[in-house]
Design a protein around this ligand. Structure first.
Ligand code: ATP
Ligand code: MG
Length: 255
């Protein structure tokens, strides 16, 4: 079981707050790639609002544009048109350096293919987001060791990503995304390569973080994982096809 931090436990014991002010606002967002003499559209006129404290699942068939959308939200991709406001700031008008600052200060990202840095150890990979946040070196080791311990990967801390199994790499990727206690977690199929019990633990961890105030947007193919969130957005061929709220009873009591 991935243990809770004090902050998460405090969050979990509070009334689950309703999401409040907008954290993300997308208007008419489009992403396309050149195709011959025209363009191939991967995201079409996306309008989306995610409030601070929300827990959103993005679902849809393979190729629907889910990862593309997450990369736009994560400010890894800047080659799109339309409007994107994050914490009231117009990302569409920010220079690359300011976007990077906004991202490093606020967002933890779990990539679909992990994207761990191959020449850094597990410990160094998890430490990386703390260095972006100017956490002092002396404080970092305590935080990283705590996360290694909670994820049960202390024994792997000096190994390189290529020396880990796929599932272990995914755990390290999730650990790296949460280590700096970001305001927003963007997770692209974060349990896709995990044993079902480990997958359940990651979803429980996300639920606790969300109850503590962290906003979460996850891509998932699993209705069970989506049931941990508050609402589901369905994408198809780059369009938002629909949106639904998740019933409020705990997932465990659902069939
Ligand atoms: N660099 C690129 N050039 C051209 N097309 C691209 C490029 N990157 C992605 N695409 C296209 O964008 C579409 C959406 O891809 P995306 O990775 O967002 O899908 P997805 O919904 O995450 O699918 P999956 O569930 O398989 O992960 C695909 O049709 C893909 O071929
Ligand atoms: Mg994808």
């Amino acid at each position: 079981m991935i243990g809770a931090t004090t902050a998460e436990s405090q969050g979990a014991s509070r009334q689950n707050p309703e999401p409040n002010e907008p954290l993300i606002r997308l208007k008419d967002l489009e992403r396309s790639y050149p195709q011959g003499s025209s363009r191939y559209f991967v995201l079409r006129r996306i309008a989306l609002e995610v409030r601070d404290g929300d827990f959103v699942s993005i679902m849809g068939p393979s190729g629907a544009g889910k990862s593309t959308l997450l990369h736009v939200l994560g400010m890894h991709d800047g080659d799109w048109s339309g409007e994107y406001e994050f914490l009231g700031r117009p990302v569409h008008r920010l220079p690359a350096k300011e976007r990077a600052q906004l991202r490093n200060q606020n967002i933890g990202f779990v990539f679909q293919r992990y994207h761990l840095l191959d020449d850094l150890t597990v410990y160094e990979n998890i430490e990386m987001p703390l260095s972006y946040r100017n956490v002092r070196k002396s404080e970092r080791s305590g935080i990283v060791c705590d996360v290694l311990d909670r994820f049960g990967i202390v024994a792997k801390k000096d190994l390189y990503p290529s020396q880990l199994s796929g599932g272990q790499q995914q755990l390290v990727a999730v650990a790296r995304a949460i280590v700096a206690n970001p305001k927003l977690i963007l997770a692209d199929e974060p349990t896709g390569n995990l044993h079902s019990e480990q997958g359940k633990e990651i979803m429980e961890l996300f639920r606790r973080l969300n109850e503590g105030g962290t906003t979460i947007v996850q891509v998932t193919h699993s209705e069970i994982n989506a049931a941990h969130g508050r609402r589901i957005i369905r994408l198809k061929d780059g369009w938002v096809e629909g949106e639904s709220a998740v019933p409020s009873e705990p997932p465990a009591s659902r069939p």
